[in-house]
Every structure is written in structure tokens, then in C-alpha cells.
Design a protein around this ligand. Sequence first.
Ligand code: GDP
Length: 544
Amino acid sequence: STPSVDTDTTTAVPAAGTTPPKNLRREVERRRTFAVISHPDAGKSTLTEALALHARKISEAGAIHGKSGRRSTVSDWMEMEKARGISVSSTALQFDYADHTINLVDTPGHADFSEDTYRVLTAVDAAVMLIDAAKGLEPQTLKLFQVCRHRGIPVITVVNKWDRPGRSPLELLDEIEERIGLTPTPLYWPVGIAGDFRGLLDVSEHQYIHFTRTAGGATIAPEEFMDSEAAQSREGDDWTTAVEESELLVESGQRHDEDEFLAGRTSPVIFASAMLNFGVHQILDTLVSFAPAPGPRPDVAGGEREVTDPFSAVVFKVQAGMDTAHRDRLAFMRVVSGVFERGMVVTHAQTGKPFTTKYALTVFGRERTTVENAYPGDVVGLVNATALAPGHTLYADRKVEFPPIPSFAPEHFAVLRAESASKYKQFRRAVDQMDQEGVVQILRNDIRGDASPVLAAVGPMQFEVVSARMKSEFGVEARMEPLGYSIARRTDAASAGELGRQRGVEVFTRTDGVMLALVSDKWRLQYIQKELPDLLLEPLVAAA
Ligand code: GDP
């Protein structure tokens, strides 16, 4: 079946500049915009399918995923995705659930893990941290969690794959508390150990939700609700254990408190099996009940744009070259305030130039659907957005500019050189363009000189994008040589000299002026920190 995306064409939208429509406040209140943060293989794609299934967008799970049986595509970009088995394509999935509109913004995460993955988190109001019951917290989840913490994004924890053997629930929750200092508060506790998933104890209602498996988890698992007595006689010791374990946490103060959750100190926990569709409906209920609706966004002037102010949006991702025939550039914006109406002329804050929004889309898998209007929290793709880069602001009627999206800690580094000296001018222009668009971070130092800048990236695919675009858009063949560094730390001029003399360290200045010390590996870093404790080597989560 083909997934379709709802477009609300029934709502009357006044022209930009008039009073906000009465329904705007209501449309904002009913929206929830979130992302799933996880390590590859934790089940993000499976959960996305399951969520969409619950929202009755697709009749059978498996339609979105398309890791197999992918449609053949024409552009180089798509070829690149295909060759690497990347599951990019869906940027935001919108669906209705329980009288709410839910936006699930995709966080690219396999070979395509890149700075975009982090940037997505600037476009959401909440995150679902998806954990594999057998593996617990994994590196990519930790990195994404740090960005959520830094940005004050509240996190809901979902322990997935409970239908498979895994760790004990208390041990998993202890790990969360100990390693990241987030206090887990159980909402839905598993009945049955990992590998023997019978159902969930609804901790606040003290109710048992028994699930029945369906063939391949392809349809919604039927739920039966029972009181404690019925649960006890049905599940015996498994029920008693669930009650005891969850009470243990609640009695030690680990109960849901909305303020603590919104402040990022606690995280409601749900045990689930995305594959069997167990607990998925409870994830949606939790989002609707506890995740925040879109709120005001700080601007560069130190004020805030209220959701009911005239239209404004922030660009969080740009995809170029998806269609080589058209030099297509698709910019994805999150609506911050007001009502977006396709065709409205908005202003690009960074250049002050008008921007026509005739081509506004949602991109979902291979489907592109025209968007007629959108509200705060919604994600819209704009076609031919040549001047737009991540972090840019669009607004109507009343000027606003949002702060730029911060740069994130890079872990991959390569020197870039033009193959031919005669193309040096184009080479410079291409490098500047990639830098300005935020495709990669550009680092320089006096020793290496301008002709061989260092590219720094969160994921190696960013390098491939640079190579491909330099060739296709600027006609420049460039050579890339990986550098043997894996860590970047912020430093300053006072520490730079001494650091530069250390083995396995090199100091650079990034285009935004931040000085970075690149270090070969964590042992080297630890050694230097121990021997020369006065040098500044500050971790970069997200440079503010
Ligand atoms: P992603 O890399 O996070 O998108 O993970 P996928 O959704 O592709 O899932 C990775 C693998 O785990 C696939 O083989 C899934 O079928 C499997 N998987 C996902 N969720 C569950 C689950 O709840 N239970 C079990 N047993 N397997 C799951």
C-alpha cells in the first residue's frame, strides 16, 4: 500500500499580516513534534512503521521501510544512498492520533549519520530514546542524548525488543540513571521477563494490559485490560514481580512528574516490542499526554517568537543534488509561528530577499505530497531553495531571526586538495560554498595553508557529499586524504602553542573562529590532560 500524507485544505487561512486565525492556538496545542534517538539496529524503522500503523496511515507494517524492494531511482544522489544501503528518504512523517497531529522527524543514523542527524534535534520538541533490551545504552544513542540534554529537549525512554532475551528491567534503568544521570520513571512496566513478553503493567492505573501476538506483528496487537486480581490469576508470579519492581522505583521517588520531565531531569519509561506492536499505542499515549506542544523560540535579539506571531520557520536540513537534472535543492523547515500557506511570499532573514513558497512538499519515503498549509511544529520541504542553509530563518510580516544552529563535535577529518592547480579559484569557491551551507566544517592553520583545508565531519558520508558536489556543481576534482585524528576539543590561543608541540595533536581554527585541537585518540588525550592539566581541552557537545 502507498502511504499518503494528510494535507488540511479545509482550514481557512487569512493573508499574511492579518490577525491569526482562531484555530491557530488549537492547532498548536494538538501538535507533538518528536524524533527517535537510537543506535543502529535498535528498531527505529520498525517502530516508525508500528507508529504509523497505529495511526492507521498504512494498513500493514512494512510499507514504509523499503530496505528491500526499493524503487529504482534516477539521480546520482539516490544511487549513492542505494549503494550504501542508506535509509534516508523520509524526513518527516505526519499522522493523526487521538485528536492530535504527530510529526515524527527522521534522524538519519546508519552510514548516513552526519551533522544533519544532530541538526534534526533543533526541529523537535521531544525525543524518544529507543534502547535495545539486550544492549542497553549504545554510543550513538549517548551522543544524541547529549544533544537533547544540551538543548533541553525532554526524553521519553522506550526499551524495545522485550520479546527477545535481554537484561532485567531494573538493571537497564540503573544503567540510565548511572551513566547519564537521567532518572527513569516507569509508566508501563513489563509483565514477563525479556523474551517472555506477556503484557504491560500500567503503573499509574494499576491495570494490566495483555497483548496477543498477530502474524509477524503486521497488524495492531489486540489488547485486553484487566484489573490487578484478574492479572494475578492469569500471570501469577510474573504479575507479582512486575508490581514489586515498579513499586520499588515509585517508592524511591521515581514517579512521573511533568515539571521534572520537561526540565530534562526524569524520563518516563515504556517497555515495548516494536516488532510485535506491543506497547506502541502506549508510546503514542505518552507523547500526547506528556510531550510538550510547540512553544516560543528565542531569537537573536534576545526576545522570543510566540507561536501565535506571524509566520516564521527555521531551516534545519538542506538536501542538494537529489535530482541532478534540475540541480534540485530541497530545504526542510520547521514552522515556528503562525500559519504557513503554500504560495505565500516570505522573507529570507539572512539575505533580506523574498522567497516564494510555491513548491512546498512533505517528503515521505519516495512520496512527495504538496503541502497547502502548515502550523507550528510541522515540517515542510521547499524546492529550489538555493540560498537556504541549515539554521536560516524565513518569516512573514514581522521580522525575526533565530540563532544559528550550533556546530557539533566532528569525529572524522580529511585534507582536501585540488587535483589541478589551474582550478584553484573554483576549488576555493566550492570550499566556501560547502562551508557556508554547513555540509562540512572547514578547519585551517598556517602550516597547512589555504590550499589544503581540513574537512571535519560528524559522519564520513559528509565527505562523499563534498566530493560529489565539487565535481558536479563546480567541475573540480578534489583529492581527500583522511587524517589520523578522531577527537576534536575546543582550545584557545594560550594553549595552542604547547598543544601544537605534542605528538598526535594539531591545532586549527574553524571558520566560525573557534580553535580546535585535533587529537589522535582518547589515550593520547588522557595522557596530555594528565601531563599538562592547565591546557584548555574542552569537550564540544554542541558549541553554543
Ligand atoms: P534501525 O536500524 O534502528 O532502524 O532498526 P530496524 O527497525 O531496522 O531493526 C533492526 C532489526 O531488529 C530488524 O531485524 C528488526 O526486525 C529487529 N527488531 C526491531 N524491533 C524489534 C522488536 O521489537 N523485537 C525483535 N525481536 N526484533 C526487532
